[in-house]
Design a protein around this ligand. Sequence first.
Ligand code: ADP
Ligand code: MG
Length: 140
Amino acid sequence: MATERTFSIIKPDATRRNLTGKINAVLEAAGLRIVAQKRIQMTQAQAESFYGVHAARPFFRDLVSFMISGPVVVQVLEGDNAVARNRDVMGATNPSSAAEGTIRKLFAENIEANSVHGSDSAENAATEMAFFFAATEIVG
Ligand code: ADP
Ligand code: MG
């Protein structure tokens, strides 16, 4: 298996409930290493750009408002097949469909306030981590 990196966000619903450490423990137990991490307040422009692929979706405005409603923790995760491994441990977008033991099953409030973001491909992971981190901030 190839070691790779993926990009992750602990969303405002989770930082509000003080769940950063609990979510990080699930990530680490799944074999992912947190090789970069910072807590930030996203701007509206950042959130609109980051979720630009969803601009035409009916939930876009609400999603942007939610993502700037409080601090987030942006992260780079490293491990074997990190992109797929993180998607597995995150669980389905809608927590009511998420598998037992996944972060969204354990912690998410609803389909929007679903506690975590994770890149869906290696290509998007590279773009997303470069959006928030300088190469010197990622230390494997
Ligand atoms: P994922 O985060 O699982 O990759 P998507 O990329 O499809 O899911 O959607 C991005 C984010 O938009 C979701 O994590 C969630 O916060 C929000 N979202 C997705 N679908 C809906 C929906 N039907 N209603 C409200 N918010 C949604
Ligand atoms: Mg997605």
